[in-house]
Design a protein around this ligand. Structure first.
Ligand code: HEM
Length: 219
C-alpha cells in the first residue's frame, strides 16, 4: 500500500529522484570535522524557529524592547527556554560556521572545483556574523546599547567611507529608535533572506560537486 502510494506520487512529482540526489548520494570516507556544515545548517533552522516564536512577543521600540524581553523570560510559557536556545544557538552557530570554514581551509577543500562553494561560504559567514551583531542590540539593555555604540563606531573609522557607513548602520549620527528598527529589520528580514538564499546555492553546489575526501599526507 505504502509502496503504491509512493510510486503514485513519484510518477507525478519525481520525488524519488530528488530523494536519491539529495539524501542517497555516495560520500567518501570522512571524519567528524565534516559534520560541522550540517551542524551549522541545523542551528540555522533552530534559530529560525525560535526567532519566529520570539518575534511574537518582542516589541522593537526603545520603550518596550527591554520590557518585552523581561515578559518573555518571566511570563511567557517556556519563553526562557526559547530565548535561551536562541541565545546559545547564536553563539554555537558562529562557532560551528567558523570551525567548518577552518576545516575546509585546512583540508584544501576550497580548491578546484569548489571555489564558488567557498565564495558562497564567505557570504554565509558574513550573514551569520551580521545576524549576531544585529541581534545583540535587540534586548536594548546597557550592554547591548554600548556594545553596538562601540561596534558601529569601529565601522566609522574606515577610511573615506567611515562616516557614511556609520550613518547607514545607525540610521543617523547616533544610536536611536531608528537604529533599533533598522537592526530589527536586518535581523529578521534582510540577513535571514540572504542566509537562506546562499544556503540554497551552497548546498546545491555541495551536492553538484560532491564532498571532497580527506587529503592524504603525500598530496
Ligand atoms: C551557514 C553557514 C554554512 C552552512 C549551513 C554550510 C553547510 C555546508 C555543508 C552541509 C557542507 C557539506 C560538507 C560538510 O558539512 O563539511 C558544506 C561544504 C562546504 N562548505 Fe559550507 N556551510 C556554511 C558556511 C561555509 C563557510 C563560511 C565556508 C567558507 C568560507 C564554506 C565552504 C564550504 C566548502 C568549500 C564546502 C565543500 C567542502 C568539501 O567538499 O569538502 N561553508 N557546507
Amino acid at each position: 500500500m505504502a509502496t503504491r502510494a509512493i510510486s503514485w506520487l513519484d510518477e507525478r512529482t519525481g520525488l524519488l529522484t530528488v530523494w536519491r540526489v539529495v539524501l542517497d548520494r555516495k560520500v567518501p570516507r570522512v571524519n567528524w570535522w565534516y559534520t560541522l556544515g550540517s551542524a551549522s545548517l541545523f542551528l540555522a533552522l533552530t534559530q529560525t524557529v525560535t526567532g519566529i516564536l520570539l518575534s511574537m512577543y518582542y516589541v522593537p521600540t526603545p520603550e518596550e524592547a527591554y520590557n518585552s524581553i523581561q515578559y518573555i523570560m518571566n511570563d511567557v510559557a517556556f519563553g526562557w527556554l526559547i530565548r535561551g536556545i536562541h541565545h546559545w544557538g547564536a553563539t554555537m552557530m558562529v562557532l560551528t560556521v567558523f570551525l567548518h570554514m577552518l576545516r575546509v581551509f585546512y583540508y584544501g577543500a576550497y580548491k578546484y572545483p569548489r571555489e564558488v562553494t567557498w565564495l558562497t561560504g564567505v557570504v554565509l559567514l558574513l550573514a551569520t556574523v551580521g545576524l549576531g551583531f544585529t541581534g545583540y542590540l535587540l534586548p536594548w539593555n546597557q550592554r547591548a546599547y554600548w556594545a553596538t555604540a562601540v561596534g558601529t563606531s569601529i565601522v566609522g573609522t574606515v577610511p573615506l567611507l567611515g562616516d557614511f557607513l556609520l550613518r547607514v548602520l545607525r540610521a543617523g549620527a547616533d544610536l536611536s529608535f531608528l537604529t533599533l528598527a533598522r537592526f530589527f529589520g536586518a535581523h529578521i528580514w534582510v540577513l535571514p533572506a540572504i542566509l537562506f538564499a546562499m544556503m540554497g546555492v551552497h548546498l546545491y553546489l555541495v551536492i553538484r560537486n560532491g564532498i571532497s575526501y580527506v587529503p592524504r599526507r603525500d598530496e
